[in-house]
Design a protein around this ligand. Structure first.
Ligand code: CA
Ligand code: CA
Length: 104
């Protein structure tokens, strides 16, 4: 189901809720998730693509933001930036894999 993969990507990106389970997510699954979020198929998730997914899961995002005492907007920026480890404004499949692995 689409919703399930969104939940997984959200959890990979948000981590707070799902970090223990990232062990169970294989690199190829993460790449598949990355492809789904990369809606213009340029090989990267940019911030607008991230936001499209994040905004579709606003209920979860709000509760994650609240847990961290952040506004939704600040939280989304922070969440995106921690995945974008080289800071070039887009998330590569490898960056997503690295994020999942380092937050174990
Ligand atoms: Ca893209
Ligand atoms: Ca990047």
């Amino acid at each position: 189901m689409k919703t399930d993969s969104k939940k997984i990507i959200l959890s990979v990106l948000l981590l707070g809720t799902f970090s223990g389970c990232s062990l169970l997510i294989s690199d190829s699954m993460i790449k598949g998730i990355h492809q789904k979020l990369d809606t213009n198929h340029d090989g990267y998730i940019d911030y607008s693509e991230y936001l499209a997914d994040s905004n579709a899961n606003m209920k979860d995002v709000k509760s994650e933001a609240k847990d961290r005492g952040m506004s939704v907007e600040a939280y989304q920026k922070w969440d995106f930036n921690r995945a974008d480890s080289d800071g070039n404004g887009k998330i590569s499949p490898q960056e997503l894999i690295n994020l999942a692995r380092r937050e174990l």
